[in-house]
Design a protein around this ligand. Structure first.
Ligand SMILES: [Zn+2]
Ligand SMILES: [Zn+2]
Length: 344
């Protein structure tokens, strides 16, 4: 069954900020017509990501209001355009940060749609998942493995993809030493995925109380990131470090923990500029880079691995009516570790 393209206008309940930093309030908007390649999704859950806070607060500029954030969307296919295959009505699906790409550029053709310069983000310049419905391109809609509950699937769609993609890109697996810097929303999933892929996992954290928890999640080792002597003892050890922190650290000491050919990959975005003695990169051929979400192929693989290896996000559940409270918890850094809103 598919809906007719150009069907009559439908009004949707959503939760929107009316201005930069404004509270999320009930908001109604008319759905865009369902395109040929689009899927119409009845939203059941949506995670709250740090990026939603940055968008609502207009930290990156160019925000359009009213703004409906949300890009860790789980729901059920309600209808689809005539060109959509493999996503029948009733399928439980997820949508992440990216919801479209051009399909024509070198990045798209290479299967790196997340690097497409003409991509669309699910809740940037369009209404996101803090709503009862979303309509997006079927190429960015992922059927969810049955064994992953919807409230757990939501954070995987952005946070999970964000940590999984660089682990795969840099070959995390048996015999590879992976450091996870920071044990929060991204880090707690990074530990589980790195472990699932067979890597040796070291968590770098500044909080003593997270040490036991890191080991519970599967970390082999824990190192205090604020202890220069502890970092010194780690020199030359890690093959890959994923930095999930937003704080500014003593990056030279972190880079020195990399082995020859090792990579420090930034996922979080600290506010300060990065300053490093370039000799640290030349000596030992170390690299510093960044990573942004995942391509559709990697998204699908990430969901399979999460289901098979029981990667489980730690979540706080709230009703979508409490969207403002959920967003504020993330803004205040209080979420343990991801807030997931559900439509009731
Ligand atoms: Zn493209
Ligand atoms: Zn996100």
């Amino acid at each position: 069954m598919s809906a007719n393209v150009g069907e009559s206008v439908e009004v949707v309940r959503a939760w929107a900020a009316q201005e930069a930093r404004g509270p999320l309030q009930l908001h109604h908007f008319a759905l865009e017509p369902l395109g040929e390649h689009d899927v119409d999704i009845a939203v059941s859950h949506c995670g709250v990501c740090g990026s939603d806070v940055h968008l609502v607060d207009d930290d990156w500029g160019g925000g359009h209001y009213p703004m409906v954030p949300g890009h860790e969307i789980v729901g059920v296919v309600r209808a689809h355009g005539p060109a959509v295959e493999g996503l029948p009505v009733g399928t439980r699906v997820g949508v992440g940060w990216q919801c479209a790409s051009c399909g024509e550029c070198a990045a798209c053709k290479a299967g790196q749609e997340n690097l497409c310069r003409r991509q669309q983000r699910t809740c940037v310049g369009r209404h996101g998942g803090f709503a009862e419905r979303v309509r997006v391109d079927s190429g960015f809609v992922y059927p969810l493995p049955e064994s992953i509950p919807s409230a757990h699937a939501a954070p995987l769609l952005c946070a999970g993809a964000t940590v999984y993609a660089p682990l795969r890109r840099f070959g995390a697996g048996p015999g590879v030493r992976v450091g996870i810097l920071g044990l929060g929303g991204l880090g707690h999933l990074g530990v589980q995925f790195a472990r699932a892929l067979g890597a040796e996992v070291t968590v770098f954290t500044h909080s003593e109380d997270k040490e036991a928890y890191a080991k519970e999640l599967g970390a082999d080792r824990v190192v205090r990131s604020d202890d220069r002597a502890a970092l010194k003892a780690e020199r030359g050890r890690q093959d890959l470090i994923l930095s999930t922190v937003n704080a500014d650290l003593h990056w030279s000491s972190i880079v020195q923990t990399l082995a020859g050919g090792g990579t420090l990959c930034f996922l979080g975005i600290p506010t300060e500029r990065l300053s490093l003695p370039i000799g640290l990169l030349v000596e030992g051929q170390r690299s510093v880079c960044g990573s942004v979400v995942a391509s559709p192929a990697v998204m699908r693989e990430m969901l399979e691995v999460a289901a098979r290896e029981h990667v489980t996000p730690v979540t706080e559940s709230m009703s979508m009516d409490e969207a403002e409270r959920g967003l504020q918890r993330v803004r205040d850094g209080l979420a343990r570790f991801r807030v997931v809103l559900s439509v009731r």
